[in-house]
Design a protein around this ligand. Structure first.
Ligand SMILES: [Zn+2]
Length: 360
């Protein structure tokens, strides 16, 4: 893992809880149609007639060997360094990478957007953003926005949603008794484990940070799993974050403890927005005016109340996980983002298709 990530000191067992979804014939047919369209450049031609917009890409973790960390990170949130490099090279060559300041000026009507405008963002604040992603971005001159989970910065803690995933992956238990309703959940297959983990993710997403700590600790105890320990931190340090800022990347907040802001109490949501801003600003020595709404589980992950609280907390922009491009007239506190896909062809499909105004 080239020192990008601390070695996990626990035995890995069984498959990831994220392993789901058999491939069927219609999915295969759709894939070949997608590939044919991508290679024919038909989408790129069609896009020339679409109104000005920017595709904001949503990344999380970039690892040399993501498979080694699938039990902890899941397969959806990590990109391999090789695929990430390919995607960034395509952005540098065939698109126009822009900064958040450009997006804000565009939304205020003070600047037009270049053709094929793309903005790169990262959620959560993983240390690999500095060690693996930043050298690629810097080499290609691509500015990024990195949204940091303020409460995890500079700690050796593992995010709670990773602990839940890993507890259900590592346990040797055959079933789990859900503590509130008393339901019994089988843990035979990876799909069983994913369903049980979803129950806990949903509950934790709406809890206060104190309640969530207890839920995760009790879960690990019930499943007979030790809390994960890392020899190197998973999340970046304050000095690493400051170095990203010096490199020209923008830093924003991704809350204090990563709840779903639309499902926690109003007081809790306000605290997450305001206290994360205060903690980041005092440790980074910069003004933090941009936010990314966490989406650990449950839908939606933002609502009218979230927008009001974000504005009251003093944020100028905020990004969501809704899959659309951003066009003129968009609310700066509810900017949609595009999933970059797991491969180069999926990336090209997602970006080109979204430029046509489609959800991907
Ligand atoms: Zn997140």
């Amino acid at each position: 893992v080239t020192g990008a990530r601390g070695r996990l000191e626990f035995a890995r067992s069984r498959g990831s809880v994220q392993e789901m979804g058999p491939t069927n014939v219609s999915t295969a047919a759709k894939c070949s149609i997608k590939k044919a369209l991508v290679h024919s450049h038909a989408l790129r031609w069609a896009r020339r007639f679409a109104p000005a917009c920017v595709a904001i890409l949503m990344y999380h973790s970039v690892l040399e060997e993501p498979e080694l960390y699938a039990d902890l990170m899941g397969r959806e949130t990590s990109h391999s360094a090789a695929v990430f490099r390919q995607q960034m090279e395509v952005i540098a060559r065939h698109f126009t990478p822009i900064a958040l300041a450009d997006v804000l000026l565009f939304l205020r009507g003070e600047r037009t957007l270049p053709a094929r405008a793309v903005m790169v963002t990262f959620d959560d604040g993983y240390r690999d953003n500095v060690q693996v992603a930043a050298p690629v971005l810097n080499g290609l001159g691509i500015p990024a926005v990195i949204y940091l989970t303020a409460g995890l910065m500079g700690t050796c803690e593992v995010p709670w949603y990773c602990r839940v995933r890993r507890a259900f992956t590592a346990t040797r238990a055959n079933f789990w008794r859900e503590p509130v309703r008393g339901d019994s959940w089988g843990l035979q297959s990876s799909a069983d484990r994913a369903r049980a983990a979803q129950v806990v993710w949903n509950r934790c997403s709406a809890q206060s940070s104190g309640e969530r700590c207890d839920t995760v600790r009790n879960l690990e105890e019930d499943l007979g799993v030790q809390p994960p320990t890392l020899s190197e931190p998973l999340m970046m340090s304050w000095s690493e974050a400051r170095s990203l800022h010096r490199m020209g990347h923008q830093l924003g907040s991704h809350s204090l403890t990563h709840p779903n802001l639309a499902h926690v109490s109003e007081a809790e949501a306000r605290w997450e927005l305001m206290e994360s801003k205060r903690v980041l600003e005092s440790n980074l020595g910069i003004s933090v005016e941009h936010f990314s709404y966490p989406h650990p589980a449950l839908n939606p992950n933002w609502n009218v109340r979230t927008l009001r609280l974000s504005q009251e907390a003093g944020y100028q922009t905020a990004v969501t996980t809704v899959s659309r491009v951003v066009r003129a007239g968009a609310n700066p506190l509810a900017l949609c983002r595009i999933r970059p896909g797991r491969s180069l062809s999926e990336f090209l499909w997602n970006v080109d298709y979204s430029f046509l105004g489609r959800a991907v």
